[in-house]
Design a protein around this ligand. Structure first.
Ligand code: CA
Length: 728
């Protein structure tokens, strides 16, 4: 609105001057002429209403389906770039834009918030909450933010360091800010808040590092805390917050899970049904992952990996459904949940649908939590199905790695589907799942020792690393895939499937124009026919896309917008398993319309040279370094030191950076980029061994001929924000 007023200003001034010049003239009547009864009235101009995107999932049901059809399967080939906006950062971008009153609100790396004119792209304001850059190392999944919430001219968003902030949407000024987490613990916030009546609800993350999950509701006006619901029990000796916690504690045992925290973070998905007055929260994995360490006596460990329905008025428990009892694989149920009314049997049921990491697509009655169907949407080796009487998965012998490592297991910790939003089209009756196959070998870390603030999964990630043997490596990589699955939730099976180069692709948007839109890890935004999956249009975004597109209409023109920019957990940690090779991160807001004629500047990529120093270490030192690397470095620098493009590829360090190893790794010289010093947890000898391992990996890459010169990771470099992303 501000920008529109600004755009109108010159015309207004001109008009005022023109009127001023003629003020001595006799006034000209502006009264409407009297229309004779026989005259034909002039046709009123057809006004097409504006259509906004006001809620994270488009609506409270989170369908991400738009009734707009001005852009459709017949004309989408004419879709072109209307404008773009370059963000000043080069880390992961996962936000769903909101569009309200002509302004597009997005959030990006380090929890920064931006307001642009939705028609012209003009930046109206931006807000940087000044997240401490060294916080990056205490979160698993990149310094991303999945979006803001809007209500009555006010914005709400979470920050990576655990604050919930409310801004005035008009100018980005701060209304209030609250710390929703214990800053002594490695909590992070990457998910978008949701609005339920007069409250804003926010969860948090940190399950891999050791926290206790919860959701909190705050008053929209004052920011005062209204209620908090913990998802896992605390120390029974301290008493329980409510009956739900007391019941949950009976399903944990044999160890002190509260020391590491238990997990169960609500780091992404929520949905709200105003009619049933229920708030649904998706609960995450256990902390640590490994139940043998977390709860040695076994048990289901409620409410890990569950959909929990709460009364939004007071945060009280209403019902739950646990997708993965006794979670031990990072099989979260934090994935996107969609509310819909669909025919099941001979009647229309109010359902909630989810495709959590564990590979089953669930349809539940959303009033009661009754299980209506559970069918495998992704390849799976850990279970053979779900018992419809008990609602429990039928686990395969050995899947729990209690007596040794698993075989290559599907799904792995990134899931058959991760946070990337799905879309449900009532026109096609299909749920579009951004799915993936990424196998993993689960094994207990026999020497596990809790390291507060760092990676604490209780699993031996060395066993899961890609094997060096070329044949074995190829065999594993052949199983790694990405796909769009068009899932029929009534029939409980896929109707069609589109294959991608690798896993880790963008979220979904479907429209009444028979369109399905998705960005992907190969850097394309693609429009498909929603009913068949045929490709209709694509656009080279010059960067990987993981965020979901949205659509809106202003002054009769429909637009499609997506936040482009590579990042997120697999982009950081995936290594060669990404299959796309390193992908540049150019963080950009891209907005399209029919006949749009804007173009992107040419992408300039430098080749990445791997020229390692000589390897002087023993095999034993390299092995020691490998162990430490997988605990402290892998979460950001990738399996095998192979960067996915967001952080530096450590195999390609320059001689100068090798010389500064101790200053960077122990001393924290690059803390402003998120690379803190590890002198508190790593001895000099351990840092040396990690260095040996990185050098060994560089020689391995050169020997394989795959890495002597690989495609550039190069990204946008912004001096002001300290986002210098050459090798550190
Ligand atoms: Ca997790």
């Amino acid at each position: 609105m501000i920008a529109r007023i600004q755009r109108l200003l010159p015309a207004f001034i001109f008009l005022a001057l023109a009127v001023g010049c003629s003020r001595d003239e006799p006034p000209v009547s502006t009264a409407a002429p009297v229309v004779a009864e026989t005259a034909i009235p002039a046709q009123a101009p057809v006004t097409v209403p504006d259509v906004e995107w006001r809620r994270h999932g488009m609506n409270e049901a989170e369908t991400r389906f738009s009734t707009l059809a001005d852009i459709n399967d017949a004309n989408v080939s004419k879709l072109g770039l209307a404008w773009y906006f370059d963000y000043p950062t080069a880390r992961g971008m996962e936000a769903t834009p909101l569009v309200v009153d002509g302004v597009i609100y997005t959030s990006g790396s380090w929890s920064m918030v931006y307001a642009n004119d939705a028609v012209t792209g003009e930046l109206l304001w931006f807000y940087d909450p000044q997240v401490p850059r060294n916080w990056a190392v205490h979160g698993c999944c990149d310094v991303v933010n999945r979006g803001v919430a809007f209500d009555k001219g006010r914005l709400y968003f979470g920050t990576y360091d655990g604050r919930l902030i409310s801004l005035n949407a008009a100018d980005g000024s701060v209304r209030w800010s609250v710390q929703t987490t214990d800053t002594e613990r490695p909590y992070t916030i990457t998910g978008a808040p949701r609005i339920a009546k007069d409250k804003v609800i926010i969860g948090n993350g940190g399950g891999e590092f050791g926290v206790r999950g919860y959701v909190t509701a705050y008053d929209l006006d004052s920011g005062e805390q209204e209620w908090r619901f913990y998802t896992v029990p605390g120390n029974p000796a301290d008493g329980f917050e409510n009956d739900a916690m007391k019941r949950a504690a009976d399903t944990w045992g044999g160890g002190e899970w509260w020391v590491i925290g238990g997990g169960g973070t609500v780091w992404d998905s929520m949905a709200y049904d105003p009619e049933l007055n229920l708030l649904y929260v998706g609960v995450g994995n256990g902390a640590p992952w490994n139940r043998q360490i977390r709860s040695p006596a076994g048990g289901d460990n409620l409410y890990l990996s569950s959909i929990v329905a709460l009364n939004p008025d007071d945060g009280s428990y209403v019902w739950h459904y646990q997708t993965t009892p006794g979670e031990t694989w990072d099989y979260t149920a934090t994935q996107h949940m969609i509310l819909a009314d669909i025919p099941i049997g001979d009647k229309v049921r109010k359902v909630i649908m989810q495709a959590p990491k564990n590979g089953f697509f669930y349809v539940l009655d959303r009033a009661t939590g009754e299980l209506l169907s559970a069918e495998a949407y992704a390849a799976m080796t850990w279970a053979t199905g779900v018992d419809m009487k008990t609602g429990r998965p039928l686990e395969v012998e050995g899947a729990r790695y209690e007596n040794g490592p698993t075989n290559l297991q599907l799904p792995g910790p990134i899931g058959g589907h991760n946070w990337h939003p799905m879309s449900f089209s009532p026109d096609t009756g299909l749920v579009y799942i951004p799915a993936q196959d990424a196998p993993w070998v689960y094994a207990t870390d026999e020497g596990f020792k809790y390291q507060p603030g760092y990676w604490n999964t209780g699993t031996d990630n060395r066993v899961a690393a890609l094997p060096d043997d070329p044949a074995l490596r190829a065999q594993v990589l052949a199983e790694v895939k990405g796909a769009i699955i068009a899932w029929d939730p009534v029939a409980g099976k896929p109707r069609w499937r589109v294959e991608h180069v690798g896993p880790w692709n963008g979220g979904m948007l479907s429209t009444a124009g028979n369109l399905l839109l998705q960005g992907n890890g190969s850097g394309q935004l693609v429009a498909y026919k929603a009913d068949t999956g045929d490709v209709l249009w694509d656009f080279d975004a010059q960067t990987g896309i993981v965020a979901p597109p949205v659509t809106f209409r202003i002054d009769g023109t429909q637009y499609i917008a997506v936040v482009a920019g590579w990042g997120g957990v697999l982009a950081l940690s995936g290594g060669d398993a990404l299959k796309t090779g390193p992908v540049a991160n150019r963080s950009r807001l891209l907005v399209f319309k029919l006949g749009g004629e804007a173009s992107l500047p040419p992408a300039v990529d430098k080749p990445l040279i791997i020229d390692p120093p000589p390897l002087t270490a023993t095999a034993e030192q390299v092995a020691e370094g490998f162990q430490q690397f997988m605990i402290y470095c892998m979460p950001c620098h990738g399996d095998g030191a192979v960067s996915g493009g967001v952080t530096p590829d450590l195999r390609a360090l320059t001689p100068e950076k090798h010389a500064m190893w101790d200053a960077i790794v122990l001393g924290g010289m690059h803390w402003q980029n998120g690379m803190v010093g590890f002198s508190g947890v790593l001895a000099k000898e351990q840092a040396d061994n990690i260095h040996h391992y990185v050098i060994e990996r560089a020689h391995f890459a050169v020997d394989q001929g795959e890495g002597a010169v690989v495609e550039e990771e190069a990204m946008v470099v912004d001096e002001e924000e300290g986002e210098v992303v050459e090798a550190d």
